[in-house]
Write a protein that binds this ligand. Structure first.
Ligand code: SF4
Length: 469
């Protein structure tokens, strides 16, 4: 058990209700976040390449070539299960499998061959080529290889050509959030920077939703029932065609800001599409998000139809929240007083989860994120009860320390946090890419309550040898 935390990490950990960083007498009201990980701390954050891959992978008809050693390719669809209603091409994972000779003499020829082989076998319209750590070290000119490949295959796809987009993402060149930004840049490079006519009266894009367990379809169905057209979902269940349609939208709604805020900002600045941040987790945030989408569209194009949109949204949200408040009552009885720990990717999800636990009469005693921004942490600190530990870019030792100290009954996290919870004899809820049931939207509220109840109240914890602080 680690009793203390690294000095370099002190200003990224705060106890709510205090103005001091944990373990530090100096006042530090602002939590340090959105930076590179401290040397010596085994961050839960993935590398730059993984950040880029997670955002681009759900483009279902794109082909992904990982230029590097085979180990980098272990990061496949199987551990990031976004669903598709069309092409299944994205589920393949291809690597140039760089060997010692490639590293000594350069891997450009091998990459060019890999692109040609992919084109001959699968005829994709869009290929992403990821440069990994070793490519960053040896300096292959991946840009040139991709450009030449586009020129070689210019006549393909009925004369539409082939796009081969390099993603220069050596893992060591920053942290996961840099990979998110690179992915956004790659999408902009594909869809182009020319402003597009807004032909749709109220067409929107959903950004930062990966269609895990079909969640994009659920949110899409709510919006389409309200007669809001969803032009593109970037990048869950998207295709090269739907990415191009996304240019026509009047509004971008950003679900996972960590992964997509840079893209949203670029689309606003370059294409003139405004954005709002939303969250479809929990009753409160789902209602708030649907209403803000309806109100923003109504304000953009006033008229009778738009006034109707707001009132349709109100009625729908009222009906669903009443139904769910009744449905949650039995879960509240079984969960009241339990303590939750949260460690997730982005700040907006963490905020929604704190609210969602409140809806279940549970208190949050530890909350952290990998890529939260200062404005997210301000909201988090205002939401949680005094004494709750708020931490950015945590490592396993810190998570363990604070979960034990605060007596957490359940940890919500992803695949990397799961073994930590089980080792401590604490219940776990997967709220990341491995989840099998949708947790978004009104449907997700009930699934979440069910999962938390099953996990927290499982008899197995009676036999767990709980660690003491
Ligand atoms: S850190 Fe480097 S070597 Fe490791 S997975 Fe990322 S790109 Fe590959």
């Amino acid at each position: 058990m680690v009793q203390s935390i690294l000095k370099e990490r002190e200003s990224s950990i705060i106890e709510a209700g205090s103005e001091h960083a944990v373990g530090c007498a100096v006042k530090n009201k602002d939590l340090v976040c959105n930076q590179g990980s401290a040397a010596g701390a085994v961050s839960q954050k993935a590398c730059v390449f993984c950040g880029a891959r997670v955002v681009l992978n759900p483009i279902t008809d794109a082909f992904h070539i990982i230029h590097g050693p085979i180990g980098c390719s272990s990061y496949t669809w199987d551990i990031r299960g976004s669903l598709s209603s069309g092409s299944e091409l994205y589920r393949h994972s291809f690597s140039t499998d760089m060997q010692e000779t490639d590293i000594i003499f350069g891997g450009e020829k091998k990459l060019a061959q890999a692109i040609d082989e992919a084109v001959a076998t699968y005829s994709p319209k869009l290929i992403f080529v990821y440069a990994t750590c070793i490519v960053g070290v040896i300096g292959d000119d991946v840009e040139a290889v991709c450009r030449q490949a586009e020129q070689r295959h210019v006549a393909r796809n009925g004369g539409m050509g082939l796009r081969v987009i390099p993603v220069m993402a050596p893992g060591f060149s920053g942290h996961k959030a840099i990979g998110y930004k690179l992915a956004g840049d790659a999408i902009m490079r594909f869809i182009g920077t020319k402003p597009y006519p807004r032909n749709k009266a109220h067409g929107i894009n959903i950004l930062g939703d990966f269609n895990l367990a079909g969640e994009t379809w659920i949110v899409r169905s709510y919006l389409e029932n309200l007669r809001i057209e969803v032009l593109g979902s970037l990048t869950g269940d998207s295709s090269s065609e739907s990415l191009l349609c996304a240019r026509e939208a009047r509004l971008n709604v950003v679900q996972c800001a960590g992964s997509s805020i840079n893209l949203a900002e670029k689309m606003q600045d370059i294409l003139g599409i405004p954005y709002i941040r939303v969250s479809f987790y929990g009753i409160e945030d789902t209602v708030d998000s649907i209403m803000r989408i309806a109100q923003t569209l109504a304000a953009q194009t006033p008229g009778a139809d738009m006034r109707g949109l707001v009132s349709r949204a109100e009625q729908f949200c009222l009906r669903e929240s009443k139904r769910l408040n009744d449905a949650l009552e039995p879960y509240r009885t079984r969960l009241v007083g339990n303590r939750a720990a949260i460690y997730v990717g982005g700040g907006f999800k963490a905020i929604s989860l704190i609210r969602q636990f409140r809806e279940l009469d549970m208190d949050t005693v530890m909350v952290g994120t990998q890529t939260g921004r200062p404005e997210d942490y301000e909201v988090i600190r205002a939401l949680v009860s005094p004494g709750c530990i708020v931490l950015d870019d945590a490592n396993p030792a810190e998570l363990e320390k604070f979960m034990v100290e605060k007596g957490a009954d359940i940890l919500v996290g992803g695949v990397k946090e799961r073994p930590l919870a089980y080792k401590l004899g604490v219940a776990f809820c997967d709220h990341n890419h491995e989840r099998k049931y949708p947790l978004a939207g009104f449907v997700g509220v009930e699934n979440f309550a069910q999962e938390i109840n099953r996990s927290v109240n499982s008899p197995v914890w009676r036999y767990a040898n709980k660690r003491q602080s």
